[in-house]
Design a protein around this ligand. Structure first.
Ligand code: GDP
Ligand code: MG
Length: 608
């Protein structure tokens, strides 16, 4: 049974080491679910004195004003033999046997966080005391409730203290040790006011009455101690601590405890209550009660821990693993990211994801429609044919067939094909660009790295531009090739009517309508033939230069660039959203805490 308090002590220490002091809603808190005894009371009500009496040692800072400015988690460990000593969590290697130095260390450590400004801080100080004269017990000392700021403390300190104290006593798992001085009307007690607010049934409040020895002659606190003036579920406990004069004379704590026992045993007012009065008794009651509360809460703490571990692990999965700090690991991450992107991008092209089909649409619809719209009719109108022939013939009309004019008319017509070919190149380029954009958005792994995402996207688009340029040149060459060398076969097969059928040709006949129409129609037929050819060849060229290259070598240049980068540049490229990085490290720290708490509890529970 005794190990239960020790168990909670270990988990409490882990909480502080891993930054869980409760009160931070952004992360799950284990600290707040741990049962603890919290000491509350107005200033000079005797809080420090009660703690020291329970410990049997003189070790807390004293003075006027707000001395306790950080929570002090005081963990008492009963030992069988050996001298008393103390240890701080923040000084793990150091054993204090001189308790005056413990007091000084508490003061120094308080200032270390709060500075000289005398502010308060929620970061607890953990102090463990090992002694034969203590019971196993953990108590948290908090700043005393106060009404006015002194010593140049900010005005807000009054409210800040109340909020801090409240955040502790509000928790269902907190046992409230409410300290009130007997020489003051209980109705004005700050401790009881707060306790009643957060624990109206008085189920988890222990009322402690100090300074019984300082009451006016002829008065006593029987009404309070017997529970008549203020009802609590737990019996009230009266204590008599050292007076200021005792403190000044350094009266030994063990001597003070004996005197306290004698006080109750010999007091005519309290003799009948003597067996359940005094600080030693208080320590024993609290120890037992804390054990019982812990025991009752362990199952719910365990299920909370398991639930939180699942939640934190799920969140960490979503956030992704942290990136390596060495250049090799970073390069690996970069390549992994590229691979992930490439995988998604290929799915768009090869099917599996929609979008690649739009490329076929360009070849099947857009290109033929554009070719169909070309103004061959206008170019091969009788007027234009006549004009071209006349220009080509010059002063000497052609004799048999207008060879020169044929060439010019064909060249001119084929020139129009550049437009649709280039449009096909561009259309496919824009589709590919759109698919790159989609693939980047759809690659989950990239979401973490906005900088890298931008670089990858720029590199991919740059590569697509290069492919477009190659493709454009290639398609132009296809058209130029057709214009540059005509298929002789075709013209040889044409019926040679002009020469054979009209032996009496005149120059006028050479420019006659029938003749011109025939020439136009011959050219048009040839051009149509070439169009059919190019409607097949352009898609092949486009796929070869753009689509195939996008699949094969979209990131080749990028890889080459990355290979030349140094560790620092890689790290810069992989800079994550800082908020996300913070969140990940906070979550993984918290996860460590919950896991170690789970192991601690399992070890103790299995032991039983
Ligand atoms: P805190 O501000 O609540 O921590 O109060 P302290 O423990 O520092 O006590 C304030 C003053 O009251 C000190 O001078 C103590 O010696 C004195 N005091 C506390 N409890 C008792 C008591 O039971 N009897 C007497 N005579 N003095 C006490
Ligand atoms: Mg004090």
């Amino acid at each position: 049974m005794e190990s239960l308090i020790g168990l909670i002590n270990r988990i409490q220490r882990a909480c502080t080491v891993l930054g869980d002091y409760g009160g931070n809603n952004a992360l799950p808190t284990l600290w707040e679910s741990l049962p603890s005894v919290v000491v509350v009371g107005g200033q000079s009500s005797g809080k420090s004195s009660v703690l020291e009496s329970i410990v049997g040692r003189d070790f807390l800072p004293r003075g006027s004003g707000i001395v306790t400015r950080r929570p002090l988690v005081l963990q008492l460990h009963r030992t069988e033999d050996g001298p008393d000593y103390a240890e701080f969590l923040h000084l793990p290697k150091k054993k204090f046997t001189d308790f005056a130095l413990v007091r000084k260390e508490i003061q120094d450590e308080t200032d270390r966080i709060t500075g000289r400004s005398k502010q308060i801080s929620p970061v607890p100080i953990h102090l463990s005391i090992y002694s034969r004269n203590v019971v196993n017990l953990t108590m948290i000392d908090l700043p005393g409730l106060t009404k006015i700021a002194v010593d140049g403390q900010p005005e807000s300190i009054v409210g800040d203290i109340e909020n801090m104290v409240r955040s502790y006593v509000e928790k269902e798992n907190t046992i409230i040790l409410a300290i009130s001085p007997a020489n003051q009307d209980i109705a004005t007690s700050d401790a009881m006011k707060l306790a009643r607010e957060v624990d109206p049934t008085g189920d988890r409040t222990f009322g402690v009455l100090t300074k019984l020895d300082l009451m006016d002659k002829g008065t006593n606190a029987i009404d309070v101690l017997e529970g008549h003036s203020y009802r609590l579920q737990r019996p009230w406990i009266g204590v008599v601590n050292r007076s200021q004069a005792d403190i000044n004379k350094s009266v030994d704590m063990i001597v003070a405890r004996r005197r306290e026992r004698e006080y109750f045993a010999s007091s005519p007012d309290y003799r009948h209550l003597a067996s359940r009065m005094g600080s030693e008794y208080l320590g024993r009651v609290l120890s037992k009660h804390l054990e019982a509360v812990i025991k009752a809460r362990i199952p719910s703490i365990q299920s909370l821990i398991n639930k939180t571990i699942t939640e934190l692990e799920a969140e960490l999965d979503r956030l992704g693993r942290p990136i390596a700090s060495d250049a090799g690991g970073q390069l690996y991450t970069v390549l992994e990211l590229c691979r992930a992107f490439d995988h998604v991008f290929k799915a768009y092209l090869d099917g599996g994801r929609p979008g690649g089909d739009r490329i076929y649409n360009v070849f099947d619809h857009q290109l033929p429609a554009a070719v169909k719209k070309l103004p061959f009719d206008r170019h091969l109108s009788i007027q234009n044919v006549r004009k071209v022939i006349a220009e080509a013939d010059g002063y000497q009309p052609h004799l048999i067939a207008p060879e020169q004019a044929y060439r010019r008319l064909i060249e001119g017509s084929l020139g129009y094909l550049r437009g649709p070919a280039e449009a096909a190149v561009d259309a496919v380029h824009f589709i590919l660009k759109e698919l790159v954009r989609k693939a980047i958005n759809e690659t989950q792994e990239l979401k973490r790295f906005p900088t890298f995402q931008a670089e990858l996207s720029a590199a991919a688009v740059e590569a697509l531009e290069r492919f477009r340029e190659d493709s454009r040149k290639f398609c132009q060459s296809l058209v130029d090739m057709e214009a540059g060398y005509l298929t002789v076969e075709y013209f040889r097969k044409l019926p040679q009517e002009v020469e054979k059928g009209h032996p009496n040709n005149t120059t006028a006949d050479r420019y006659g309508e029938a003749h011109l129409r025939r020439i136009g129609s011959n050219v048009l037929q040839y051009v149509h033939m070439v169009c059919e050819m190019l409607k097949n060849a352009v898609p092949k060229a486009v796929v070869h230069c753009q689509v195939r290259e996008a699949k094969r070598s979209l990131l080749h240049n990028f890889y080459a660039q990355i290979g030349k980068r140094e560790g620092k540049q890689l790290a810069q490229m992989l800079d994550e959203d800082p908020g996300l990085m913070e969140r990940r490290s906070a979550c993984s720290k918290r996860l460590d805490l919950y896991k170690s708490a789970r192991d601690e509890i399992d070890a103790v529970v299995w032991d039983k």
